[in-house]
Design a protein around this ligand. Structure first.
Ligand SMILES: C[S@@+](CC[C@H](N)C(=O)[O-])C[C@H]1O[C@@H](n2cnc3c(N)ncnc32)[C@H](O)[C@@H]1O
Length: 387
């Protein structure tokens, strides 16, 4: 296969993240033109075209995507024989070494072929027809993906077959072994940073930092460090994988690492969480740029120069269930007005009444999803305590 061959791809993300992911793709140069139009809000991803090498880059660099899929083929199928014949005409040998186990996930909507198990079986047969050897079919294990994930989608009798290029989901950057109480996915933290409008130069503070994901993602972003540099990907098992190309992308990125311009701070009242955050930051290679402190929100001491508070306070579903968090949100707003006047704030919460108790000057709400829970990122301006 030539490197210049353009492939159709789809970067999947959590609903609500599409605009930020589209911007990331645009920054990487995948979508031409200033206006990104190839996604539907809430669709759960953004389509793009890329060379095979570009898919390596997408996995290395995308901060807000869950995984990157390669669209292998799309065709009409009304009968199983047709499905098998057309699926067997796809170039599986470019992406599967004979004998490589596969995990096929099929979904069927408004289609004559509606039995997803039978669809998967025919696609498995088609791979066998093409490669002259039927691969072992495994159930996909997100924790330890040992099989190549194949996604089959039948929609109004149109079958789309995609191959996962990522392997473990992209939020697994490899740095987080120590978990806090209600850890935020790295991809959601990255989306929060984009949605907050943080300029990557001004101070950044997370006063409820838990395991440190927001400050760590902020440091990676501000230092120009790609989130995928310390892990492996499914495409590395493909025939013709170009290890040198991967190395080249990493070396090129490394030459551009630079210390963040502004201070990045994280604090939490829980000593164990702060310790976990420090260990995670060390693994991510950014510990030298983040100041973690054990402190209650009432005792934070932010830098004088205004910046951004980007945070994920407790919000009552996963932690502190049953506790009355109204006092905490009222206090959070009061503290910010007193010690962070002129700052921007962006905080994640699943309860609008709770979020409004900060009495900060509301700017914008961005709907996201965290661990399946619909949440809203509230963007606000911090007025001073007299306001
Ligand atoms: C939802 S968790 C934050 C999770 C974090 N974003 C992560 O990814 O691990 C909320 C955190 O707020 C901390 N917390 C609760 N009340 C606090 C207070 N009054 N002052 C400072 N931290 C507090 C908890 O210890 C917990 O780590």
């Amino acid at each position: 296969m030539t490197d210049s061959l353009l492939l159709e791809a789809f970067a999947a993300c959590l609903p609500g993240v599409e605009p930020f992911l589209a911007q990331e793709l645009a920054d990487l140069g995948y979508i031409a033109g200033a206006k990104v139009t190839q996604y539907q809000p809430g669709e759960g991803g953004v389509g793009f075209s890329s060379t095979l090498e570009g898919l390596y880059r997408a996995n290395l660099w995308l901060r807000s995507a869950n995984r990157v899929l390669l669209r292998l083929g799309r065709f009409h199928a009304l009968q199983f024989v047709e499905l098998r014949r057309k699926a067997a005409s796809l170039p599986w040998e470019r992406y599967l070494i004979p004998g490589q186990p596969v995990a096929i996930r099929s979904t069927c909507h408004h289609s004559k072929l509606y039995h997803s198990g039978a669809v998967s079986e025919r696609v498995l047969g088609a791979i066998g027809d093409r490669l002259k050897r039927v691969p072992e079919a495994l159930t996909y294990d997100e924790e330890q993906p040992s099989a190549q994930l194949v996604l089959v989608r039948l929609d109004n009798d149109v079958c789309t077959i995609s191959l996962d290029t990522s392997g473990e989901p992209l939020h697994r950057r490899g740095y987080r072994q120590a978990l806090g109480k209600a850890p935020l996915r790295e991809t959601v933290a990255a989306a929060m940073l984009y949605a907050s409008g943080w300029d990557r130069r001004s101070p950044l503070l997370d006063p409820f930092c838990g395991s440190g994901v927001i400050p760590i993602e902020a440091a990676l972003l501000a230092a120009g460090i790609p989130p995928g540099r310390n892990r492996s990907f499914a495409f590395m098992n493909w025939p013709g994988y170009q290890a040198q190309t991967w190395e080249r992308f990493n070396t090129k990125a490394e030459k551009k690492f630079h210390p963040p311009d502004g201070p990045i701070l994280g604090s939490d009242r829980d000593a164990g969480a702060v310790q976990a955050a420090i260990e995670n930051a060390e693994r991510a290679g950014v510990a030298q740029w983040i100041q973690f402190t054990q402190a209650a929100v009432s005792a934070i001491q932010p830098p004088v120069h205004p910046g951004w508070v980007v945070t994920n306070p407790p919000y009552g579903v996963r932690i502190s269930a049953g506790n009355d968090l109204r006092g905490l949100y009222t206090q959070f707003g009061k503290v910010l007005r007193s010690v962070c006047p002129g700052w921007h704030a962006a905080y994640l919460c699943n309860d609008e009444r709770l979020a409004s108790l900060t009495r900060l000057e509301f700017e914008k709400g961005v709907s996201l999803s965290n661990g399946g829970i619909p949440v809203k990122l509230t963007r606000a301006l911090v007025q001073n305590s007299q306001a």
